[in-house]
Design a binder for this molecule. Structure first.
Ligand SMILES: Cc1ncc(COP(=O)(O)O)c(C=O)c1O
Length: 360
């Protein structure tokens, strides 16, 4: 089955660009629905039960986006604001338009992260228990993203973070937007990863290829509070079963196939790494996301991205001065698309001096 209606362009910007399959659309059209405010939507209830079971938690809440689910984690763990500690590239800290500070009153403190490795001893020195200072908010939350920028944090490290959290009585929230990619990479059930966190959010709208939706999972009492907070920030939904049906379909059909995305990412990364002036991170590629660093004077990362785009291979345009280009594989990208992307990239790199300076 060729899932995507449009073979061109080959869109490697993100796994959020997936289009719902005919089967997923049929499931959405046929979904039984009700008013979820009154908890009368059976399909939302089904998705929430499925999500809680897959992650080994008591309860789940269906939320329109990952950003909102992360914000709810801040708001619900730390109702009066607090300090949150996590690693630097965390989406919630860097890419959620300041929501944790602006809306939840959180002081964000981050440490640099090398790959998927967490510097537990550094985090330990940063934790501020209640009463430890007159000028600071105490630490109310530890934050971990799994995977983060395509890198998977090893379970032993998550175990180390858990020990620290227990020692200081601070909860852990896991941004597991792509937790199922991590689960496939580690070859463990997602619940074995979620075990280390008090709460987890994951998205069905990324590699799982649903059009909308994220789930926040945790203890029943926490999720009930999060439900109230969801109402407060306008995330309550009505006949959301139409959307939840896509999530049910995604969890039922699209988890194991993530291995194909990982294999495609590895295939592309291996080929790029052999081209002149390109180095790839991570090695080996662990999930469906990797970065190609352009290490040559005659071609910037922006030029490379533009040139790919001109040949119908889409990647996000890196900011000026950045040297790396992100590639993300997903549902709808077949091996033939990868081979075409490889062909295009090698053509561009062969002609790089001509391309430098703009291709459009
Ligand atoms: C790691 C991570 N967390 C959270 C989000 C936010 O999800 P959403 O786009 O559904 O708000 C993203 C989005 O790409 C993400 O990559």
């Amino acid at each position: 089955m060729s899932p995507q209606q449009n073979a061109r362009p080959i869109d490697l910007r993100s796994d959020t660009v997936t289009l719902p399959s005919a089967e997923m659309r049929a499931a959405m059209a046929q979904a039984r629905v009700g008013d979820d405010f009154y908890r009368e939507d059976p399909t939302v209830a089904e998705l929430e039960a499925m999500a809680a079971a897959r992650l080994g938690k008591e309860q789940a809440l269906f939320i329109p986006s990952g950003t909102m689910a992360n914000l709810l984690a801040h708001l619900t763990h730390c109702p009066g604001g607090a300090e949150v500690i996590g690693a630097e590239p965390a989406h919630s800290f860097a890419n959620e338009t300041g929501g944790p500070s602006r809306i939840a009153g959180m002081t964000v403190r981050s440490i640099p992260q090398q790959g998927g490795e967490l510097d537990i001893s550094r985090i330990r020195t940063m934790i501020r228990p209640p009463g430890s200072g007159l000028l600071t908010q105490p630490t109310g939350l530890l934050w971990v993203e799994q995977p983060t920028r395509g890198r998977v944090t090893p379970l032993e490290q998550l175990a180390g973070l858990r020990l620290l959290a227990d020692e200081f009585h601070v909860p852990i929230h896991m941004d597991g937007a792509r937790i199922f990619n991590a689960a496939v990479a580690l070859d463990v059930p997602a619940s074995s990863i979620a075990d280390y966190a008090d709460t987890v959010m994951f998205c069905v709208s990324k590699g799982l290829a649903a059009p909308v939706g994220s789930l926040l999972v945790g203890r029943a009492q926490f999720i009930e509070k999060a439900r109230l907070n969801r109402q407060m920030i306008g995330g309550g939904m009505r006949q959301a079963g139409v959307l939840a049906a896509a999530g049910v379909y995604a969890l039922g059909h699209n988890v194991e196939r993530l291995a194909e995305d990982h294999a495609n990412a590895r295939r592309l990364a291996r080929a790029l790494a052999e081209m002149p002036g390109i180095s790839v991170l991570p090695v080996p590629v662990e999930t469906n996301m990797f970065f190609a660093e352009i290490v040559r004077d005659d071609l910037s990362a922006q030029d490379f991205a533009r040139a790919l785009g001109a040949h119908d291979v889409l990647v996000n345009l890196p900011s000026a001065g950045r040297r790396s280009v992100r590639f993300v594989t997903h549902y709808g990208i077949e091996q033939a698309d990868i081979d075409e992307a490889i062909r295009v990239a090698s053509e561009i790199l062969g002609r790089a001096p001509v391309i430098a300076g703009g291709v459009e």
